[in-house]
Design a protein around this ligand. Sequence first.
Ligand code: PRP
Ligand code: URA
Length: 206
Amino acid sequence: MVKVLNHALIKHKLSIMREEKTSNYIFKQNLDEIAMLMAYEVTKDYPLKEKEIETPICKTTGYELDKDIILVPILRAGVGLVDGFRRIIPTAKVGHIGMYRDEETLIPHEYYAKFPKGLESAKVIVLDPMLATGGSADMAIQNIKDRGAKDIELVCLVGAPEGVKYIEEHHPDVKLTLAALDEKLNDKGYIVPGLGDAGDRLFGTN
Ligand code: PRP
Ligand code: URA
């Protein structure tokens, strides 16, 4: 269940982000803009419920989203996708899950988790710019499932085939949306061609 978005603006902005010479500020600005475009795309077919509304002219049938939306960025880099998603879905609540990869083993370690109420009935959107081995996203999704969430999707900017396969095998029920599917991982676990370390470029720790 992987969908790679095909959108001219996303390709244009992602190319700016990939360039090594791009500053932290422009990197964040483009991530914000891509996040808005991705939020628009992933929510396109969300279920609606009908409700009666009253226009200044007459009563008619209106719509509202059937489920609450909870965004769950994987710290740190996932935070960079939150502003754009919240601009498009301002009623979304936000849970956080903190995770870092051991640079040698590439095994993720969880260091923080806090969620709003209502995971069981909400549409939960896990956000992380990078899907490399898939270990961090897998651990985050499992944590959220253990807390009762039933309707989860994963939205990443750049994915490696290794990470996509890992998530498809471990979470066949989770829809995955990417802005780009890259070629491979290198021997240090970085996505090729990728964009480098997303967290470092976002927060200026590079
Ligand atoms: C990065 C990225 C993902 C993870 C992807 O986080 O933001 O969370 O690596 O790698 P994986 O698919 O192999 O698990 P990192 O551990 O560098 O932490 P940071 O966001 O704090 O920089
Ligand atoms: N995390 C990143 O930030 N970048 C990669 O290429 C892989 C993992």
